[in-house]
Design a protein around this ligand. Sequence first.
Ligand code: PEP
Length: 252
Amino acid sequence: MKKRPFIVANWKMNKTISECVDFVEEFLPLVSMVEDVDVALAPPFTSLTAVARALGPGRVSLAAQNMHWEESGAFTGEISPVMLRDAGCGYVIIGHSERRQYFGEGEGEVSRKVASALREGLVPILCVGETLGEREYGKTFEVVERQLRGALDGIVLESGAELVVAYEPVWAIGTGKTATPEEAQEVHHFIRGLLANIFGSESAGNTRILYGGSVKPDNAASLMGMADIDGGLVGGASLQPESFARIVKFRG
Ligand code: PEP
């Protein structure tokens, strides 16, 4: 059975505090009638508390874009999972390809972050995905399997619902090139199988697997219609309230 879709806005390093609050004020009325989709916003750290306040106790959740794995300590410039909980976050994006590519985040760090998020009661949105070169060399499944097994090594899940995986082919992020629904579904199905192999099929059935990579209002419905695509992680098209609301309302 199809799970309740989950659509997450990743604003990356965009928007000041007042721009984030303005977005929320414009966005909430646009989606007030949508009841069958879960939504989260991931603003920059500086705006988390302001966005939490603007969202109030409603149905749109708060996510962070990254975190350190320790609870506190001498880690200048870092933010801990305890701080994210305190700021109102329920979710945290981990292992985004931009963090892997520009900040040298490796599998060891990603795996420590996933374990720490779960320990602190945050739902990790674990990002995996191949580069264009890896796809062209036929290495998509190998790369996704290595990233997924590396990140989840030693993890024990309760129901499986406390983990979200985002399949984001690096070649589709911010490029306007989207994987076709069939290409994405093939990898999502593979990820579901890997999760079943690691955690059992009941747990794998409870984990939502999001697609990310140039999701737009025009392609959201066809992607979300695929059997193993349970939602989307949206960058560029989440920056405008109207465009993100159209994605959230993909069912029409
Ligand atoms: C992302 O960065 O997670 C992303 C999917 O970006 P975009 O939608 O802009 O491709």
